[in-house]
Design a protein. Structure first.
Length: 360
């Protein structure tokens, strides 16, 4: 049995596929997978929460149209086979408690649980770094999202009570013990996931790559604001704004990692608000519901900072809330959200936790 967690991200959004920096952490919500060899000519996967069974043959794998969770499993199997590694048939069942579409990486948790489980079961000898690259490729080739490495990394390498300052170029991280003093983290889920979020994600990525090419750099991580200014007239203002956001966000992550050691929560909070502002007005991956939650947080002196988290177009905001005011804010924001949108938001408290591991 394997447990693979979901993740949060303190700061550094959409920076991962720009070879930049992010600050994610694994959480105490995730996917538990039980997997064993079988002697049949088919493999079986049972999704316990959905009560759906899927049977497939290892030899005829391809992405399914509207396959949902099945494509993540098939993607992992296919990427393992592409590496020339041999696996046999298996029976498996998984269940989880990460809310889907909330930007907490339930898909990375699912991919990691399978790659980790198959690696153990068939003694494939894969390193954790190889496993997360397999998970990421599964997402690219079977789910069609050209994601970066942040989600799979955090879910695999998480450290208890810590967030990971992740360099997405070297794919290595430094754990930071997180102590927010009088503050705590609150996630608020808009419970919306707007259509086209996947194509919009891939579009953002290709804008970044286009601007990098114009700048003759490998990725936007290598570009400065001065570099970008120099080509401002040669690119559209939309592309300029997006690249500017990435360059600024990368700087914010580094600043955040310096300030967190000094423990100045208000300064951290300001960076979160700036990050959201950039995501919303420059990178344009926010949505009305997320902006509403951030505007409410900003009006409340007990919230040091907040921003949307994950890919965007719905999902959660992450908020730095004064512990003594947690309950009051929870009640207040729930009421206001309900009044505005006629439906409830959901609120979660998470613990920063260990990455993917075997359950003994
Ligand atoms: C999604 C992707 C990640 C990352 C975030 C945005 O979660 O899977 O790779 O790009 O969006 O930071």
């Amino acid at each position: 049995m394997v447990f693979a967690p979901g993740r949060i991200n303190l700061i550094g959004e959409h920076t991962d596929y720009n070879d930049g920096f992010a600050f994610p952490a694994a959480i105490n919500k995730g996917i538990a997978l039980a997997i064993s060899k079988n002697n049949s000519d088919k493999s079986k996967v049972y999704a316990l929460n959905k009560e759906e069974l899927y049977e497939f043959s290892l030899d005829t794998i391809k992405p399914l149209e509207n396959g949902g969770w099945r494509n993540y499993v098939l993607g992992v199997v296919s990427e393992i086979k592409k590496r020339g590694l041999n696996i046999g048939n298996f029976n498996s069942v998984f269940a989880g408690n990460i809310p889907g579409g909330a930007g907490m990486s339930s898909s990375a948790a699912l991919e990691n649980s399978f790659v980790y489980g198959l690696n153990e079961l068939f003694a494939l000898g894969l390193s954790k770094n190889e496993m997360i690259l397999i998970s990421q490729k599964a997402e690219h080739n079977y789910a069609g999202v050209k994601c970066g490495i942040m989600d799979q990394y955090a879910s695999m390498f998480g450290v208890k009570r810590s967030a990971l300052l992740l360099d997405c170029r070297t794919i290595a991280s430094q754990p930071f013990r997180i102590d927010l003093k009088k503050y705590t983290l609150m996630l608020i889920n808009t419970n919306v996931k707007h259509d086209l979020s996947e194509s919009a994600y891939n579009e953002r990525r290709s804008v970044c790559e286009k601007v990098s090419r114009k700048l003759y750099v490998k990725a936007l991580r290598d570009a400065s604001i001065e570099n970008l200014e120099a080509i401002k007239n040669e690119i559209s203002s939309g592309d300029y704004q997006k690249a500017l956001y990435i360059i600024q966000e990368n700087k914010r992550v580094q600043l955040f990692s310096e300030i967190i050691q000094e423990g100045d929560v208000n300064a951290l909070g300001k960076l979160l608000y700036q990050s959201h502002e950039g995501l919303s007005t420059k990178y344009k991956v926010s949505c009305e519901e997320l902006d509403f939650l951030i505007a409410q947080a900003k009006q409340n002196p007990n919230i040091a900072g907040a921003r949307m988290m994950g890919g965007g177009f719905g999902g959660c905001t992450i908020n730095l809330v004064l512990k003594s005011e947690y309950k009051k804010f929870r009640k207040d924001i729930s009421t206001k959200f309900k009044k505005e949108y006629g439906k409830a938001c959901a609120i979660y408290k998470v613990k920063l936790s260990q990455g993917t591991h075997l359950i003994k």
